[in-house]
Design a protein around this ligand. Structure first.
Ligand code: PGA
Length: 246
């Protein structure tokens, strides 16, 4: 039985001053039946690590370097994240793939670097609208996933995968539960070909998840929770999504 997982992706939002209130609001919403994570911008991690110490809401980051250490100006290593108590890191978000030209190989190397430090990578895959309309969804997510499975080999069972259709991110357009389930079932079948643990891996859906659509998405057999952008910035909305997994 897979535990549900809901991950907030704050992106480049929030202020240092306002964070405490959001965290308080989330903690007040407990108990949650599943696991809950907040992925914050790097400069906030120290504050948040202190606020979440001993709490059952975990801390995560939104990216990490593929390198262990060295002359990589502006980058943050997985070991630095681990030192700040991050248990998760998002890698390969479509905004990073687009804005920073991150290839499938770089994304896979980031996932590998995170695992080496005991930080669970949340690897994002997803098709654009043009790719979906051209009937390429299956090929695109399979390609993105296969680079990761190839790079991580047997360690693939330790990651989380997030399917985020690019056309659904921040647009208010959500994949229907059936559309999302179809992709998740495909991802799980691909995973089953490379690991005996495919049925234990958590597959999240992301893209305009809100309190009012979370339950129908999360009740699909291969959807194990969500990666939540906009709706993770408001405590009551995020708490309602966290509870939708129950
Ligand atoms: P959204 O973002 O929930 O605002 O669509 C999801 C994401 O980008 O992770």
């Amino acid at each position: 039985m897979r535990r549900k997982l809901v991950v907030g992706n704050w992106k480049m939002h929030r202020t240092r001053e306002a964070n405490a209130r959001l965290i308080e609001g989330i903690l007040k919403g407990r108990p949650f039946a599943g696991d809950v994570v907040v992925c914050a911008p790097f400069p906030f991690l120290g504050d948040l690590a202190a606020m979440l110490k001993g709490q059952d809401v975990a801390l995560g980051a939104q990216d990490c370097s593929a390198h262990e250490q060295g002359a990589h100006t502006g980058e943050v290593s997985a070991s630095m994240l681990a030192a700040f108590g991050c248990r998760y890191v998002i890698v390969g978000h479509s905004e990073r793939r687009a804005d920073h030209h991150e290839s499938d190989k770089i994304v896979a190397d980031k996932a590998k670097a995170a695992l080496a430090e005991g930080v669970t990578p949340i690897v994002c895959v997803g098709e654009t609208l043009a790719q979906r309309e051209a009937g390429q969804t299956e090929a695109v997510v399979t390609r993105q996933l296969s680079t990761v499975t190839h790079t991580l080999a047997q360690h693939i069972s330790k990651i989380v995968i997030a399917h985020e259709p690019v056309w659904a991110i921040g647009t208010g357009k959500t994949a229907t539960p059936e559309q999302a389930q179809a992709v998740h079932a495909l991802l799980r079948a691909r995973l089953a070909a490379v690991t005996p643990h495919a049925s234990e891996l958590r597959l999240l859906y992301g893209g305009s998840v809100k309190a009012d659509n979370a339950r129908s998405l999360f009740s699909q057999p291969d959807i194990d929770g969500g990666l939540i952008g906009g709706a993770s910035l408001k405590a009551s909305e995020f708490v309602a999504i966290c509870k939708a997994g129950a």
